[in-house]
Design a protein around this ligand. Structure first.
Ligand code: NDP
Length: 247
């Protein structure tokens, strides 16, 4: 059985990805940072469907904790699946911030950079020794790296850096036969940045060629495909999953 780690699997895109990957026969190690109850309910749903999953606590901005997290992943691999290796990592955890550049504090800037760039960099480094030949890494970036929408500058800049990092991961990990790709969602109905109200949703839908905002499953299907062998020759790419956001 293929086992994957998904950061931020308690809600939104990460939870949808965890559920879909489990339905497609993967074992899932998902993480949460504050919402243990939501994470446990995703795990319970997967178990009810006959799948296998476990939730671990992880703050992706806390680099010092990654050694202990890697040990915990190794222990769960052994005890639940009798395995020693991972076949996938989804760097999904994140938070949003709507703030014009003039008002962004250093702490807000550092928080975004730590969660969206430094965390995925060092978490991938920590988990790399567990990844098997043929493994797939998926990094969640954002359509805000492609178009400038006011108020998300440090968020979009962090995601832009993660997009660049993705290509370097693909280049360097190729020798281990490990792929790395970025998935770049447009507007998706989740709780990110406080979620959507009717007015904001109508604006985002009007900016999207397919005429609606995306659902977490719209993105989860692409992530699950990138984790599968069907995508075995896709490497170092950034895939826009936005229904045609601001074309
Ligand atoms: P949600 O707010 O719905 O869920 C965020 C998830 O990330 C939760 O599981 C949360 O855990 C976890 N998380 C937040 N901060 C941390 C942290 N410091 N360490 C570990 N886990 C953390 O977000 P989405 O599902 O919308 O976002 C998923 C990814 O997709 C993000 O990287 C986001 O930037 C990206 N994205 C989203 C878009 C959208 O429109 N929604 C558009 C483009 C990109 P907990 O439940 O414990 O708080």
């Amino acid at each position: 059985m293929n086992i994957i780690v998904i950061t931020g699997g308690s809600r939104g895109i990460g939870a949808a990805t965890a559920q879909l990957c489990a339905r497609r026969g993967m074992g899932v190690i998902l993480t949460y940072t504050s919402n243990a109850q939501a994470a446990e309910s995703v795990v319970a749903g997967i178990h009810a469907d006959g799948g296998k999953a476990v939730a671990l606590e992880l703050d992706v901005s806390d680099i010092k904790s990654f050694g202990a997290f890697t040990d915990a992943v190794r222990a769960e691999l052994q005890s639940i699946w009798q395995k020693t290796s991972l076949s996938g990592l989804v760097n999904n955890a994140g938070h949003g911030l709507f703030n014009p550049i003039e008002t962004v504090s250093e702490a807000q800037f550092d928080g975004l950079l730590n969660v969206h760039l430094k965390g995925p960099f060092f978490l991938t480094q920590a988990l790399l020794p567990l990844m098997e030949e043929g493994a797939s890494i998926v990094n969640l970036t954002s359509a805000t790296t492609r178009v400038a929408t006011a108020g998300v500058a440090p968020y979009a800049a962090s995601k832009g850096a993660l997009d660049v990092l993705t290509r370097y991961m693909a280049k360097e990990f190729g020798e281990h036969r490990i792929r790395a790709n970025a998935v770049s969602p447009g507007a998706i109905r989740t709780e990110l940045g406080g979620g959507l109200n009717d007015e904001f949703e109508a604006l985002l839908a009007s900016q999207t060629a397919l005429g609606r905002v995306g659902e977490p499953d719209d993105v989860a299907r692409v992530i699950a495909t990138l984790l599968s062998e069907d995508s075995g020759w896709i490497n170092g790419q950034s895939i826009d999953v936005s229904g045609g956001y601001i074309l």
